[in-house]
Design a protein around this ligand. Sequence first.
Ligand code: M6R
Length: 369
Amino acid sequence: EKGGFSSFMDKEIHDQPAAVRDTLLGRLDERGRLSLDELHIDEAVLRSVDKIVVIACGTAAYAGQVARYAIEHWCRIPTEVELAHEFRYRDPIVNEKTLVVALSQSGETMDTLMAIRHAREQGAKVVAICNTNGSSIPRESDASLYTHAGPEIAVASTKAFLAQITAAYLLGLYLAQLRGNMYADEIVDVVDELQKMPEKIQEVIDAEEQVKKLGTDMVDSSSVLFLGRHVGFPVALEGALKLKEIAYIHAEGFAAGELKHGPIALIEEGQPVFVVVPSPRGRDSLHSKVVSNIQEIRARGAITIVIAEEGDESVSDYANHVITVPQAPTLLQPLLATVPLQVFACALAGAKGYDVDQPRNLAKSVTVE
Ligand code: M6R
C-alpha cells in the first residue's frame, strides 16, 4: 500500500534508505569482510575471471554503468556494460573466463533472459542481481545475489536502482577480497562508508521540499538536459530517463566532457540543465572540469540546477539552483545524487496531473523481446 504517499513512486523513493540497508544486511561479517554465501560459483572460477560483462536494460543498465567504475577500480578486471538486447545480436566474445552479471529488478525481462542464455551457451558463468525471488532470471543463472528493496510497484524504477548499485558494489568488493586486489583495511573502509549511506540518503529525502518545488515550478519545461561525469554520467542518464518515462518531456543525459563535442549547441537562453558535480575531495581535475562546464553553459543562457556536495562553495556563482547532498566518496555519490532527480521527475509529472505509477505505453516488466 502507498502508506500515505501520493503515489507508489513517491513511497518507493522514501523506501530507499531501507532498500540499501537491507541489501547490505547479513553480507558483512563483524570484521567488515564480505561473506556472500549465496554466490555458489567455485572460488577458483571466480579467481580465473578475466572479463566481466554486465547485461541489463533501462535503469538496471545504468546501475551497471555505475558499478563498472567501481568494479574496474577495485578488482582491475576489464568490465563492459551492455544493453541485453544489443549484446546478444553482435556475436560477443564470451567464454569460460567471462563473468556475466545480469541486473534486473523484475527478473522477468525477456531481453536480459535471452542474453543470459546466450552467455551460458558460450560457457560464461552468470550471476543475477535481482529483486524478485524465484523469478526467471535468477532461476536461469549460475548464482544470484538478491537486492532487498522490497516489491517495486511503480513502473519507473527508483529503489531497485539504488539497491542494484549496492549489490553490484558488494559483488565487486567480494571479488577484490577473493582475488587479493585490495587490502583488508581498504575493503573495511569502503564497507564502513557503504553502511553510512542509508542515513545520508535519508538526509537527501528530508530535504526534498526544495526539489519538489523546483519540479512544480518547471512544469512547463519542454526539454531538460542532464550532465554528469564519471559515475555522475550514468546518474545523468537515469535522471533523463525518469523524466521521459513519467513526465513525457524530452530529456537527455550527457557526459559533461562531451559537451564541446556537440551537445553544447543545444544550449540556448532558458534551457534547464541539471549538473551532477563530483566531490571536490575526489579525483583532482574531475571537479574543476565539471565546474567549468557549468560556467560554459551558464554563459550561454542555461538555467543550471546543480547537485553538489555539502560545503562545495565553488558552484554557487554559476548555479541558478543548488541542491546539496551529504559528503561521500566519489564512487558512492550516485546513491545520493540520483535521489533529487527522482523526486524532481515525480513532482513535475504529478504537477502535470499524470499518473506517475502507470505511465503511458510502458509495462513494469517487459516480458517480450
Ligand atoms: O525488471 P528489470 O530491472 O529487468 O527492468 C529493466 C527495465 O525495463 C527497467 O529498468 C525500465 O527501464 C524502468 N521502467 C525504468 O524506470
